[in-house]
Write a protein that binds this ligand. Structure first.
Ligand code: CO
Length: 225
């Protein structure tokens, strides 16, 4: 890629502003005052997986957090702050974890290699492998094995999001957000909904990770002989 691309970006930006205004003269005025995204998208930093583009939505419609291999770690204040703001303040209805087949982070986590500072981050994915070792070891084709780990990683990161107090509390109070797992195919451009059983997962997770006291009525029902 030539160095001219740097200067060209500003040219492209001005062209984009012109096009947006031609479509809707108030586009920027409206966006400048507030945002009401209905989605929080947690995805991979991979340049080929841009949230707005693959979802076909405009600025203002999706709140985004991206990192290497779409991992949610419970000591990562960056990710947790993003989730908190999206769920508690913006009141998003849907939280999506979107992985992608051919993810370099997942691939790296399946190799016996020292990757320096990435080791700690990718260990989260090695942990997912350990949790599902039996299923993954039974897959002979390395590409299929990698694809399955991408899906299982999405599912585990959904679970990590459901474990947060902010998601549990909001769901009990307002019936949202629901947490979804998606996988994006680089070669077809299509999104697949993994249809993770959100309700079942939430119930199971709350047996151990419950972070809000049981409501009085629920306690009474449970205490009945
Ligand atoms: Co990736």
């Amino acid at each position: 890629m030539s160095d001219d691309i740097y200067e060209e970006i500003f040219e492209r930006n001005r062209r984009w502003v012109k096009e947006q205004k031609a479509d809707d003269p108030d586009f920027f005025e409206k966006l400048a005052t507030e945002q009401h995204p209905r989605f929080l998208f947690v995805g991979c930093s991979d340049s080929r997986v841009p949230a707005n583009t693959i979802m076909g939505v405009e600025p203002g419609e999706v709140f985004v957090h991206r990192n290497v291999a779409n991992v949610i770690v419970n000591t990562d204040s960056n990710a947790l702050s993003t989730i908190h703001y999206a769920v508690d303040h913006l009141k998003v209805d849907h939280v999506v974890v979107c992985g992608h087949y051919g993810c370099g982070g997942v691939k790296a986590a399946m190799q016996a290699r020292d990757l320096g500072i990435l080791n700690g981050w990718l260990r989260n994915i090695r942990d997912v492998y350990r949790l599902h070792r039996e299923e993954l070891d039974a897959i002979d084709d390395p590409i299929e094995q990698q694809r399955r780990l991408v899906e299982l990683n999405v599912e585990e990161q959904c679970i990590n999001i459901i474990k947060t107090a902010v998601v549990q509390r909001n769901y009990l109070e307002r019936g949202a957000p629901r947490v979804h797992g998606w996988v994006y195919s680089l070669d077809s451009g299509l999104l697949k909904d993994l249809e993770i059983p959100f309700g079942d997962l939430l119930e199971k997770i709350r047996e151990i990770y419950r972070l809000t006291p049981k409501p009085k009525r629920e306690l009474d029902l449970d205490d009945e002989p």
